[in-house]
Ligand binder design. Structure first.
Ligand code: ARG
Length: 460
């Protein structure tokens, strides 16, 4: 039965039901809707709308429904109801008759859905922060497994300067820390209770909105009823956080896919997170990583879709806003899955440290070092850069590394170069010289790793 019987003579068309009904997807809000309803029953009891005994009856019936919701035993499909709100109300009416019909006094589905969805978002913020923590932990563990490994660092996907592997790991730790802090930040803004705002203008009943907020775990009530029922910023912020974090995960995935390629051969991935080819027996494909990269499309799409849906909507509630859910449910779910699989991939990963070091030695990654060495001899950097470039050109012609050129060849290009250049050109030396705060030298990387571990210990 629909919720608006009196004013209507005719029923809804089947096609209208298809476009209008949200129960097929908003059923995931069952437990939030029931908890909100329990809080509301208490509020209207305090306001004198129902007696204590009636409130108790409503609460008992709602608790029983909550249990069923948690067990997954509610039969949504058979109910024929429009949405989760009418489903819960219909279930109450079926059990309690006229008492069930009293619950909606002073309440609207508009403040109800806003409350349910905020509760859902808040709960998922907690879950996603735990997921992020797990990926950070996996990165720290990978860094510790290969604490001294060195691999080429890239710009323009050209070998640029060597970096320690933990430094690479900790770059993603920084990104994921920002993602976790974004969630903590936005969860404060969504921490307000819309219940009691009614359809749009508030309610005539003496509802204690702070008491409802307290009961549902919100910090405070929303301050404007028009805004409370029409605001979806909290969903947008969550989708932005999801999109940004998925972008980070996809960059990490892309790095790892490249590291895993036959050409680079820096890492090996576990069998549990890779797949074979139906045709080519030798293949071991990094599918989990490709999907972390690939799922960005739908997550970014959900953010864009909701922005467009909300744009230009007049105050207050409009049915357009029912379109807020499917994209958000999907984006949050995909983000959650990608964080979980991301941690698994990192746990499974091993580095071929020798191959990494070999690659870091190739490609003239120590050319900057040679220039810096010449600066030490009193040559201006721009000139030193030019000289180092000439040395690289000569080494390329000889098909060898800079450090393999004899001193006479180096001195033919620049007489200021001495025997003391050779230790400077060694991999460990040039990496560890970058011992500035935030750099890739052994000391700052060890300090950063310690810092990351403290972050994990203090994570709340
Ligand atoms: N299913 C609706 C939604 O998700 C609930 C609110 C309906 N409100 C209304 N006035 N029709 O947005």
């Amino acid at each position: 039965m629909s919720l608006w019987g009196g004013r209507f003579v005719g029923g809804s068309s089947n096609m209208f039901r298809r476009v209008n009904d949200s129960l097929p997807f908003d059923q995931v809000l069952a437990s939030q809707d029931i908890r909100g309803s329990i809080a509301w029953s208490r509020a209207i009891c305090q306001a004198g709308v129902i007696t204590d005994a009636e409130q108790q009856q409503l609460q008992d019936a709602l608790q029983a429904l909550l249990k069923q919701a948690e067990q997954g035993s509610l039969d949504f499909a058979a109910s024929g109801e429009e949405d989760i709100h009418s489903f819960v109300e219909a279930a109450l009416i079926e059990q309690l008759g006229d008492l069930g019909r009293k619950l909606h006094t002073g309440r609207s589905r508009n403040d109800q859905v806003a409350t349910d969805f905020r509760l859902w978002c808040k709960e998922h913020v907690t879950l996603l922060r735990t997921d992020l923590k797990q990926v950070i932990e996996a990165l720290v563990n990978a860094a510790e497994r290969h604490s001294t490994a060195i691999l080429p660092g890239y710009t323009h996907l050209q070998r640029a300067q060597p970096v320690r592997f933990p430094h690479w790991c900790l770059a993603y730790v920084e990104m994921l820390k920002r993602d976790a802090s974004r969630l903590a930040d936005l969860s404060q803004r969504m921490d307000q209770s819309p219940l009691g705002c009614g359809a749009l203008a508030g309610t005539t009943y003496a509802i204690d909105r702070q008491a409802i907020a307290d009961e549902l775990g919100f910090a405070s009530p929303c301050l404007n009823s028009l805004d409370a029922v029409s605001d979806r910023d909290y969903v947008l912020e969550l989708l932005f956080a999801a999109s940004t974090s998925m972008m980070h995960l996809s960059r990490m995935a892309e790095d790892l896919i490249f590291f895993n390629s036959g050409e680079a051969g820096f890492i090996r991935l576990g069998d549990s997170v890779t797949s074979g080819s139906s045709l080519m027996p030798q293949k071991k494909n990094p599918d989990a990583l490709e999907l972390m990269r690939g799922k960005c499309g739908r997550v970014f799409g959900s953010l864009q879709a909701l922005l467009v849906t909300m744009k230009g909507l007049p105050l207050a509630y409009n049915k357009d806003m029912q379109e807020d859910k499917e994209g958000a449910f999907d984006a949050v779910n995909q983000w959650h899955i990608c964080l979980c699989i991301g941690a698994e991939v990192l746990d499974s990963l091993t580095l071929d440290e020798q191959r990494c070091a070999q690659a870091a030695r190739e490609g003239y990654a120590n050319a900057t070092e040679l220039a810096d060495y010449l600066v030490g001899k009193g040559i201006p950097f721009r000139t030193a850069h030019d000289i180092s470039g000439q040395v690289v050109l000569h080494a390329l012609e000889q098909q060898c590394a800079i450090e393999d050129l004899p001193l006479s060849a180096l001195q033919a290009i620049c007489p200021d170069i001495g025997e003391d250049v050779y230790p400077v050109l060694q991999l460990e030396y040039l990496v560890d010289k970058r011992n500035i705060l935030g750099g890739t030298g052994k000391a700052p990387v060890a300090a950063a790793l310690k810092h990351a571990k403290r972050y994990l210990q203090e994570f709340v």
